[in-house]
Design a protein around this ligand. Structure first.
Ligand code: DAT
Length: 178
């Protein structure tokens, strides 16, 4: 059973180190299902939900409380697909399942090189992936039985992951008779 009653369908979180393929996969899932896609990065940008700029990390610090306030009502209804690298600040009750994307370090390095990231930022992200920081964060933040690791190295992985998530949604619908 789910952690909460979601009328419009399950709430799914796709997280993982930047470059593992969250946005690409989330958009494909949203296109093929009735889930409402929400990129936390885009939401923050559109609404300026930031506290500080960290010049060393070349990134803005997210105002997590504002993000939660903004979408809590939508999340209570269900049927949302959230795309964000981290996961430890979201209310645990929001999600029915959490997928953590994983990518081999050489592949991830090559993908991040194509972004205008500094060498330091690339290295930090690749290190985080090697030490499975996001997987551990997900396992610490949610019940381990709702956390699934998905390999995301090749286009075939992408297709397989899309099918796995679609199948998971079908199963959820049967179990929750929605
Ligand atoms: P994220 O949203 O996690 O930062 P993304 O969806 O922007 O990642 O993907 C980064 C790049 O890598 C993009 O050019 C698409 C490519 N990519 C992602 N997953 C892939 C996969 N499984 N196979 C091949 N390319 C992939």
């Amino acid at each position: 059973m789910t952690s909460d009653i979601h009328f419009r369908g399950p709430n799914i979180l796709i997280c993982g180190t930047p470059g593992t393929g969250k946005t690409t996969l989330s958009k494909e899932v949203a296109q093929e299902t009735c889930l409402n896609y929400i990129s936390i990065g885009d939401l923050a940008k559109e609404n300026n939900f930031y506290c500080n700029y960290d010049s060393e990390l070349q990134s803005y610090e997210l105002d997590e409380d504002k993000v939660i306030d903004e979408i809590d009502d939508i999340m209570k209804e269900g049927g949302n697909l959230i795309d964000y690298h981290g996961c430890d600040f979201f209310p645990e009750r929001w999600f029915d399942v959490v997928f953590v994307l994983r990518t081999d370090n050489t592949t991830l390095y090559e993908r991040l090189e194509k972004r205008d990231y500094s060498e330091k930022k690339i290295q930090e992200n690749v290190q985080a992936e090697i030490f499975q920081v996001l997987l551990d964060e997900a396992l610490d933040s949610y019940k381990p039985e709702i956390v699934f690791e998905l390999q995301s190295n090749t286009p075939e992985d992408m297709d397989e992951n899309l099918n796995k998530i679609k199948n998971w949604i079908q199963q959820w619908k049967i179990e929750n008779k929605s």
